[in-house]
Design a protein around this ligand. Structure first.
Ligand SMILES: Cc1cc2nc3c(=O)[nH]c(=O)nc-3n(C[C@H](O)[C@H](O)[C@H](O)COP(=O)(O)OP(=O)(O)OC[C@H]3O[C@@H](n4cnc5c(N)ncnc54)[C@H](O)[C@@H]3O)c2cc1C
Length: 467
């Protein structure tokens, strides 16, 4: 029987990063993945393919609506959805192959097949053809991720009533896409098809979209997406989804309790994701789950079985690739006797709509609830020279700092390249910077990042220069 120091089950961003870090630290490492391609949800049916489609659809949107304003005259652009999907597949293929390269480079043994515990130290790998082998591992890291969840009364036919996975592979642009759930995935994929010409209606149970993010971002994003043509039915609880031929009928109750019906040709159900532990044989190893079906872990991400750890979407916390990656590194370093740490307050959240939305640290709503005395500085993107040059004038930067100490408690951005800009907030907060620290740092001109400096000036002493 093959023996390993560390075996990782699942090759998503949590799993493959854990394996690389373990190998770097000198452990004899294996990774088990049930699919033929490595990279998990993120690389195959999540982060990367969705961004590829967002980029393609953004090019189309620009060609259709923005080129003429820049003085570029082209014939009416057309969508070739087959090519858009094919290009997305090429991007996924290149990216997942990159993970195979990294596994080879780090001398990590890759097993293709379903990993399931035989005991706390033995894992059976069952291949598609039914053959199997069992390996022995001193430590195991569970990184089996998550799957799309649904509502009990919805039957997903995966043709017209679909999850994000199918939405990444449509053969036509929907005429009317009804999205159930105004969270990150629904808004990103809704944006893709809106830009490609679909009518898009988002039905959301809460009274706002992206409910976990700062209220200012949610408000601004609603305004901008409405301007782009997206329709919203907020405070609306879906009660039935029925498919009849090429039509999907969504029945819901609005906030007055009145029945509303919306019909489309596709319905994307994006109401969240659930941890995935099917077929893992956790009972044979004695690993416990929590009340929400997640693998239960302590602060060191160790399960109730001492040599078994768990990371990423399958445990508590934000379901984000970079959170999973940090946890993969943390566990490998703990196994090597190091004392790593993750500040979960500083895991940024991003929505890749256009404009992009990103936030880190506390929201204003959270600080109010916690009774913390704070001050707010903000700056609109439209006041930046860079934004006017590119034409991306929607959005704002909002910085929340401690009323007394000026320490930055939260940074919230909606605007062009917010996903990249938020790194400044993360770094500043990792080093416990004050708003004044940012305000006194030179920011290249003209850049979108100048809005961060201006918001920091506003938070420090209401002294932004360009407003
Ligand atoms: C449409 C979409 C867009 C997203 N966009 C972003 C984004 O822009 N940024 C971001 O941070 N996050 C994004 N996410 C979330 C991100 O994909 C997840 O948070 C991330 O993939 C979690 O990583 P993980 O390693 O925990 O698990 P996963 O990536 O889910 O990987 C788990 C792997 O384990 C394998 N597996 C499961 N059970 C077994 C078993 N018993 N044996 C062997 N293998 C097994 C699975 O096949 C899978 O490959 C997106 C998700 C979706 C669906």
């Amino acid at each position: 029987m093959s023996q390993f120091d560390v075996t990782v089950i699942g090759s998503g961003p949590g799993g493959y990063v854990a394996a690389i870090r373990a190998a770097q630290l000198g452990f004899k490492t294996a990774i088990i993945e049930k699919y033929s391609t490595l990279g998990g949800t993120c690389l195959n049916v999540g982060c990367i393919p969705s961004k590829a489609l967002l980029d393609s659809s953004e090019h189309f949107e620009n060609a259709k609506h923005n080129f003429a304003g820049h003085g570029i005259i082209i014939n009416e652009p057309q969508v070739d959805i087959a090519r858009i999907i094919e290009r997305k597949n090429e991007v996924v293929d290149q990216t997942t192959k990159g993970i195979n390269f990294l596994m080879d480079k780090n001398k990590i043994t890759v097993f293709e097949g379903l990993g399931s515990f035989e005991s706390a130290t033995q894992i059976k790998i069952t291949k598609n053809d039914g053959s199997s082998e069992t390996i022995e591992s001193k430590y195991t890291i569970i990184a089996t991720g998550s799957k799309p969840s649904s509502l009990p009364f919805i039957s997903l036919d995966k043709e017209r009533v679909i999850t994000s996975t199918e939405a990444l592979n449509l053969k036509e642009v929907p005429k009317h896409l009804v999205v159930i759930g105004g969270g990150v995935i629904g808004l990103e994929l809704g944006s893709v098809y809106l830009r490609l010409g679909a009518q898009v209606t988002v039905v959301e149970f809460m009274d706002k979209i992206i409910p976990g993010m700062d209220g200012a971002l949610s408000k601004e994003l609603t305004k901008v997406l409405k301007k782009q043509g997206m329709k919203f039915m907020l405070s609306t609880a879906v009660s039935a989804v029925e498919r009849n031929g090429d039509t999907v009928k969504i029945t819901a109750k609005d906030k007055k309790g009145e029945e509303v019906v919306v019909e489309g040709d596709y319905c994307l159900v994006s109401v969240g994701r659930k941890p995935y532990t099917d077929g893992l044989g956790l009972e044979k190893a004695g690993v416990e789950l929590d009340e929400r079906g997640r693998v239960k872990t302590n602060d060191h991400l160790q399960t109730n079985v001492a040599n078994i750890y768990a990371i990423g979407d399958v445990i508590k916390g934000a379901m984000l690739a970079h959170k999973a990656e940090e946890e993969g590194v943390l566990v490998a370093e703990i196994l090597a006797g190091q004392k790593p740490h993750i500040n979960y307050n500083l895991i940024p959240g991003v929505v890749y709509t256009w404009p992009e939305v990103a936030g880190v640290g506390k929201t204003e709503e959270q600080l109010k609830e916690e009774g913390v005395a704070y001050k707010v500085g903000s700056f609109p993107m439209r006041a930046l020279g860079r934004s006017r040059a590119s034409g991306d004038t929607d959005g704002l930067v909002k910085i929340i700092a401690d009323e007394k100490t000026d320490e930055i408690l939260g940074m919230h951005i909606i605007g062009a390249r917010a996903a990249d800009l938020i790194a400044e907030g993360v770094i500043a907060m990792e080093f416990r910077a004050s708003a004044e620290d940012i305000a006194r740092s030179s920011h290249a001109h003209p850049t979108y990042a100048e809005a961060i400096k201006e918001a920091a000036l506003d938070a420090t002493a209401k002294r932004s220069i360009h407003m």
